[in-house]
Write a protein that binds this ligand. Structure first.
Ligand code: UDP
Ligand code: MG
Length: 314
């Protein structure tokens, strides 16, 4: 039997917490009846400094419901930090932890399939959206394009997977070795290693309350994802510098030909060439300096270099 913890970050979710609790409790009870999980399994609400009555509601639910646990952050730190806090606080108590949104958009019934994959040896099980019917065209398009861009920039993220996933306690332990401050869990979890698997689910519309991710927060998360995972944008600057130098070379030849043919006004050739030459050199220099800054950036993260899964020795 698995000791399962379900972690849900909550920011101003008073409208939906009762409903979420009812459904999750029913799920845990049925899983316990079929002897898949222990009765020491828990639902963990992490209150991310909510401004409404979310925390008092969690306290009330905690008093009534033996499955429920609560963690309160002293102020709003954002979804990723709240989730990480939940995971790190309970990682030594559980066998496996599932993270999901508090708004019931992630399919609770996918939990069974996740547990099955976990029992079959997967340390990380990603919930992957099979359809985005509930999203607007804009959200679907931007989200899917974003996953493609991230992958092109060299960050290995799972396509159409957000933060609905199961992790084993040893995967969490490996995650805890990533000390970086700017966390984008979607990008970090694949770096943890171990065997992984996916479960497809259909993402539903929010049943109550409204999205806590306005465009501003979404852009912030998207930018965080790129800059915390990839230093390739810096290389693009250096590349732009090289391209400018090639253009400058072309212009030098072109202007000299025009000069020889006597088709120029005085000063045009030198101005034209120096603008491109100096501009290109500057971009290239910034790119090179950036490359070192990128290295320093990666060093400061002090990510673990390896993780031993098994040792055979006599
Ligand atoms: N959330 C959080 N802190 C924040 C914003 C959001 O803990 O600053 C939680 C929120 O309560 C929810 C999850 O993160 O459980 C996802 O947020 P939301 O459903 O609003 O995002 P969307 O599904 O609209 O992208
Ligand atoms: Mg949501």
């Amino acid at each position: 039997m698995i000791k399962l913890y379900i972690v849900l970050p909550c920011y101003n979710e008073e409208a939906i917490l009762e409903q979420t609790t009812a459904l999750l409790t029913a799920k845990l009870e049925s899983l316990q009846k079929s002897e898949k999980i222990t009765d020491t399994s828990r639902i963990v609400y992490v209150d991310d400094g909510s401004k409404d009555s979310t925390w008092s509601l969690i306290q009330k639910i905690y008093a009534e419901n033996p499955w429920v646990m609560g963690i309160k952050l002293n102020r709003n730190r954002g979804h990723q930090n709240a989730l990480l806090c939940g995971l790190m606080t309970i990682r030594e108590d559980a066998d496996a932890v599932i993270s999901m949104d508090a708004d019931l958009q992630d399919d609770i019934d996918a939990i069974d399939a996740m547990l099955e994959k976990y029992e079959n040896g997967a340390d990380v099980v990603y919930g992957v959206r099979s359809a985005r019917k509930s999203d607007s065209f804009f959200k679907r398009f931007t989200a899917e394009e974003y996953y493609r861009i991230l992958n092109r920039l060299g960050a290995k993220v799972i396509f159409n997977h957000a933060d609905f996933r199961l992790m084993s306690c040893r995967a969490l332990e490996a995650l805890s070795e990533f000390k970086e401050v700017n966390v984008f869990l979607r990008g970090l979890v694949p770096m943890v290693g171990y065997q992984s698997d996916i479960v497809l689910y259909e993402r539903k519309a929010r049943t109550a309350g409204e999205s806590k991710y306005p465009l501003r927060k979404m852009l912030h998360l998207a930018w965080e994802g790129i800059t915390s995972l990839s230093i390739r944008p810096i290389r693009l600057v250096a590349l732009a510098g090289c391209l400018s130098l090639v253009v400058a070379l072309g212009l030098i030849i072109y202007s000299i030909i025009r000069l020889i043919l006597g088709q120029t006004v005085a000063g045009w050739t030198s101005l034209m060439v120096s603008i491109w030459l100096v501009g290109g050199l500057q971009l290239l220099a910034i790119g090179i300096i950036g490359e070192y800054i990128g290295k320093i950036y990666l060093e400061t993260k002090q990510r673990p270099r390896y993780k031993v899964e098994d040792i055979l020795k006599k």
